[in-house]
Design a protein. Structure first.
Length: 288
């Protein structure tokens, strides 16, 4: 048996106390979240498949049950097939029925204001998407649409959030003052399988601002990221340059070191060169 010194015992109990306080604070916020959603009576949840929207949907089902919750999904050229499959998996895990689902097909590549790829690109897309969500939800008799924005989303420039605010979309995770790390911890506690899923965004965000968004470029990015994911580089992003001759790889965690030191880099180089890229560059700042 290992005995701890008085100092070690104090440190041990401080850590335990801190973790208990964090757990209680998260549970308090979750209770507040559920109470807020229950107060709406019935809700439509905008679902993307990420941990935020999945956790929000879990909270809504906890608060209201399946009969009073509608799941809204947007399907477009901006979402990879891989992400669609992952989202379907989460919905199945949460027990969402076909009757609860409402899916819309949007085609952003026919919107001139979106294709121009200005800094307000996400604003235009979110505005149209959530207007469609509102129209669908009102047709079901549900007037409250929920979005999974959280406190950390306020720390960066997000034009899409402006559209959500203008339309009066409710953001209960934000109202409950939940941060991303708290959402991940609660999602894990409630056994959501995507609790550690890396943050993601639509494929259009990989292209340089000002470069017109084209279907061929989106499919190229999807193909490249699928290749890296098949080699266990989770959370990667592939960013082609404006000329489409160079590409920058953004990798998560210690994957930067792994790529630099592993023989797989030769395979990756050959793959990207086969697609027409002349230079394959690595961002040395790991994705958070």
């Amino acid at each position: 048996m290992v005995s701890l010194s008085s100092a070690d015992q104090s440190s041990f109990y401080l850590v335990l106390t801190s973790r208990k306080e964090q757990f209680l604070e998260r549970e308090k916020k979750f209770t507040s979240l559920v109470d807020t959603i229950r107060g709406y009576g019935s809700v439509a949840v905008a679902f993307s498949g990420g941990v935020d929207s999945a956790f929000l949907l879990h909270a809504a089902l906890t608060a209201l049950g399946g009969e009073k919750v509608i799941v809204l999904r947007c399907l477009s050229e901006l979402v990879s097939q891989r992400e669609r499959n992952n989202a379907n998996k989460i919905l199945n895990e949460l027990g969402v029925t076909q009757k609860q689902k409402r899916e819309i097909e949007l085609h952003p590549l026919i919107w001139p204001e979106f294709v121009a790829n200005t800094p307000d690109r996400c604003y235009f897309c979110k505005k149209r998407m959530y207007q469609s969500f509102q129209h669908i939800s009102e047709g079901t008799g549900c007037t409250v649409v929920l979005d999974g924005s959280n406190v950390d989303d306020l720390k960066s420039h997000r034009p899409g959030f402006r559209a959500i605010h203008e339309l009066g979309i409710q953001t209960p995770l934000l109202d409950a003052r939940l941060h991303k790390d708290e959402i991940r911890a609660l999602a894990k506690f409630y056994s959501l399988s995507n609790h550690d899923k890396p943050s993601n965004s639509c494929l259009a965000t990989r292209l340089p601002e000002g470069q017109p968004i084209k279907r061929t470029a989106l499919r190229l990015v999807e193909k490249c990221e699928d290749f890296l994911l098949s080699r266990d580089f989770a959370g990667c992003r592939v960013r082609p340059g404006a000329s489409m001759k160079n590409v920058v790889l953004e990798l998560a965690g210690n994957n930067v070191e792994l790529l630099v030191t592993s023989p797989v880099r030769i395979e990756i180089m050959h793959f990207f060169q086969s697609l027409g890229f002349e230079k394959v560059l690595i961002d040395l700042q790991p994705r958070g």
